[in-house]
Design a protein around this ligand. Structure first.
Ligand code: C2O
Ligand code: CU
Length: 457
């Protein structure tokens, strides 16, 4: 028998019959209401729903190879679950109600336990009525540290949430309005980073920072611009890039996606540096630095790539199983009919039932798997966004590579944002058996038809 900490503890329990708990299990992770200060001083506080009553929830931090063991207790008055976004885990731990587990009823609990195979920046959020629960604040960062992290002066998580707030601080209660659902989703009017309005912190010129950006918004695509900073993207969606990629002027991070940056402060002392989300009427700040003297005398050099996670290599692409996923519907989408539970219906009728989008002509793809594949098989999916809206397609439990026009695979990712009318092809290796969702991470789109799964096994 292989000796692990667990078996050692079990053995000692049997031998010595020690009283009391042997393993200090972390306190349960709860879902409950709370109060947050999302707006600047002078405005009111906001009632949110959050993990442990906070928005975002606690940062869960581990080392690669650790085991996550966490009891989830639902203190909301509606069912919930926890989905561990971007992690490769056994299907039963994936947190999808009605697919991988029963929904966790109000007052009930569920035990999650799985090994953390990949180092990187991940996050967790509920998967039941996620369009409301995530929108009300339920999201948290899950960081799995590399054995040897890159040299930095600071390592920061920037978890971005998008809120629709009144000046009083109260959250607009208009979740589930079909107007939002038929358009780009529920876009808010206020962004927070780690649950606060962006405030400036001190930094030295030439400081090197690792910034782990998590887009936990339910619909907003982030366009990240920078000032007084220069550097590289070193990982996307938790997976290291084979070569750090120099930062361009604008970095797109769709809902659900993450980007790990290594940036050096290039602004001079007395200047302000930072990151912002670019909008039509300017930048909304995400991260601000007041640059002061001191710190390094010169910048660090070009970083080494992060050590890769142990991902399966793509098999021959011409022998791969293939499927096409055509997205249709929404406002200005020209979808006249689609099937729902196998029955052909007109768009107006579907809209009255809260269904506005279709994959391959079927709402929720009529709950059929897009593909059935065996573990280890290579799969290609051609995505076609035939709508007037962007969509952030997320695959559970796997990481895919986008194929370029010549069929060459790009970096790994678990979520890909497609602009209106955009097409993309992705390829991945099917891993653990089970049903793995493939859905839009504009969470209201997922709830109104943009949902299917891949059946592995
Ligand atoms: Cu982060 Cu199915 O989602
Ligand atoms: Cu969408």
């Amino acid at each position: 028998m292989k000796l692990t900490r667990r078996t050692l503890l079990a053995a000692s329990a049997a031998t010595f019959a020690l009283p009391g708990p042997l393993r200090a299990d972390p306190a349960p992770l709860s879902a409950r209401e709370g109060e947050a200060t999302l707006l600047p001083e002078g405005y009111g506080a906001t009632r949110i729903w959050g993990f442990d009553g906070t928005a975002p929830g606690p940062v869960l931090r581990f080392r690669q190879g650790d085991r996550l063991v966490r009891r989830f207790v639902n203190d909301l008055d509606q069912a919930s679950t926890v989905h561990w976004h971007g992690l490769r885990l056994p299907n039963a731990m994936d947190g999808v109600p009605g697919v991988t587990q029963e929904p966790v009823a109000p007052g009930a609990q569920f035990d999650y336990a799985f090994d953390l195979r990949d180092a990187g920046t991940f996050w967790y959020h509920p998967h039941d009525r996620a369009w409301e629960q995530v929108g009300r604040g339920m999201a948290g960062a899950l960081i799995v540290e590399e054995d040897t992290p890159p040299e930095t002066d600071r390592d920061e998580i920037l978890l971005v949430q998008d809120w629709r707030l009144y000046d009083s601080g109260a959250m607009a209660d208009d979740f589930g309005t079909m107007h939002d659902w038929a358009h780009g989703g529920r876009i808010g009017n206020w962004l927070t980073v780690n649950g606060r309005p962006a405030g400036a912190q001190p930094a030295g010129r030439h400081d090197r920072l690792r910034l782990r950006i998590v887009n936990a918004a339910t619909a907003r695509v982030l366009q990240v611009a920078r000032r007084g900073l220069d550097g590289w993207v070193i990982a996307r969606d938790g997976q290291p890039l084979e070569r750090p990629q120099e930062l361009s002027d604008m970095l797109t991070i769709g809902p659900g996606s993450r980007a790990d940056l290594l940036v050096d402060v290039t602004a001079a002392a007395g200047e302000r540096a930072g990151l912002g989300h670019a909008e039509r009427d300017g930048l909304s700040p995400l991260f601000l630095l007041d640059v002061a003297d001191g710190g390094r005398t010169e910048p660090l050099g070009v970083p080494e790539p992060l050590p890769p996670n142990d991902m399966p290599a793509l098999g021959p692409l011409d022998a791969a199983q293939q499927a096409e996923l055509r997205m249709a519907g929404g406002a200005m989408g020209g979808l006249s009919t689609a099937t729902l539970d196998g029955e052909e219906r007109r768009f107006g009728e579907l809209a009255r039932m809260g269904k506005l989008w279709a994959f391959n002509g079927a709402v929720d793809m009529d709950e059929r798997p897009l593909l059935r594949v065996a573990p280890g098989e290579t799969v290609r999916v051609a995505l076609r966004n035939d709508t007037a809206w962007p969509h952030a397609m997320h695959l559970h439990g796997h990481h895919f590579r986008r194929l370029d026009d010549t069929g060459r695979p790009g970096p790994l990712g678990d979520t890909i944002t497609l602009a209106p009318r955009e097409r993309a092809e992705i390829a991945f290796v099917a891993e653990s058996p089970g049903d793995w969702l493939l859905h839009c991470h504009m969470l209201s789109h997922a709830a109104s038809g943009m949902m299917t799964h891949i059946r592995v096994g």
